[in-house]
Design a protein around this ligand. Structure first.
Ligand code: NAD
Length: 246
């Protein structure tokens, strides 16, 4: 399928995991991709994989000045922005943190990437998209927003904020008549470098074996299987496509 020929999609977190798969999927369907991340080595790997369909841009989503220049350069190079996928995300702390022992520094780091990064992305993409009276913004939340996260309190709270922010962006754009849609995708458990890091922590801090750490998650999934990054990419591309217009 070639649903995105002539379209430009900016994907944050494109150097790894879900964001990388989303970037590859857009390129496969004809889009010009702006792959953004703080990890320049990972972005090089993405470029090697999808070649001239991607423009790699180092971007720290928590920096407003980075967003301003990235959006300006996107306009200069490609003339338009049709899709923004806010996929960059970070664990809130270096270790497991319950609400009783959370450290403010870790809390703030998680909020600055997961919440402020998404808010800034939406803010600056709306400005460019609204000129064409069309666009789609997809924010990657998490099942951690919907269930209790006693050892990941800050991460869960940040992802709940993403879901609420998404609703505010969607309502604002609708009222303003911009023709911009905004949706969240809420992944379950996907085996990516982020998840591997989390399991390693469980092994270290709760003295579990690698198999036990994985099994703890798997046993809570009714379908008995982890999701694949391709599953999340398929949902993102649907929401970005004309099929999801209303
Ligand atoms: P990942 O660690 O493989 O990829 C995250 C990417 O975000 C990395 O390339 C990293 O460099 C980038 N990043 C981090 N901070 C950044 C910043 N300040 N600016 C720009 N880029 C930054 O993780 P993933 O599992 O692919 O996660 C992707 C998204 O999906 C995240 O928002 C995560 O919270 C969410 N999510 C993941 C899972 C899962 O099970 N893996 C489940 C639910 C939600």
């Amino acid at each position: 399928m070639n649903r995105f020929i002539g379209r430009t999609a900016l994907v944050t977190g494109a150097a790894s995991g879900i964001g990388r798969e989303v970037a590859i999927s857009f390129a496969r369907e004809g889009a010009t991709v702006v792959g953004a991340d703080t990890d320049s080595d990972g972005l090089c790997g993405l470029c090697e994989q999808i070649g001239n369909r991607v423009w790699a841009r180092v971007l720290d989503v928590s920096s407003e000045s980075d967003w301003i220049s990235a959006i300006r350069e996107t306009e200069t190079r490609h003339g338009r922005l049709d899709v923004l996928v806010n996929c960059a995300g970070a664990e809130a702390a270096d270790g497991l943190q319950d609400p009783e022992h959370l450290l403010l520094e870790g809390w703030r780091r998680g909020q600055s990437v997961n919440v402020e990064g998404v808010a800034l992305g939406c803010k600056h993409a709306i400005g460019l998209m609204s000129r064409n009276r069309s666009g789609a913004i997809i924010n990657i939340a998490s099942v951690a927003a919907c269930v209790s996260t006693p050892t990941l309190a800050a991460y869960g709270a940040s992802k709940a904020a993403v879901i609420h922010l998404t609703r505010s962006v969607a309502a604002h754009c609708a009222r303003a008549g911009y023709g911009i849609r905004c949706n969240s995708v809420v992944p379950g458990v996907v085996v990516t470098p982020m998840m591997e890091r989390y399991w390693s922590r469980l092994e270290r801090e709760q003295h579990l074996s690698a198999a036990e750490a994985r099994q703890r998650f798997l046993s809570r999934i009714p379908l008995g299987a982890f999701q694949e990054a391709t599953d999340i990419a398929a949902a993102v591309l649907f929401l970005a496509s004309a099929d999801a217009r209303q």
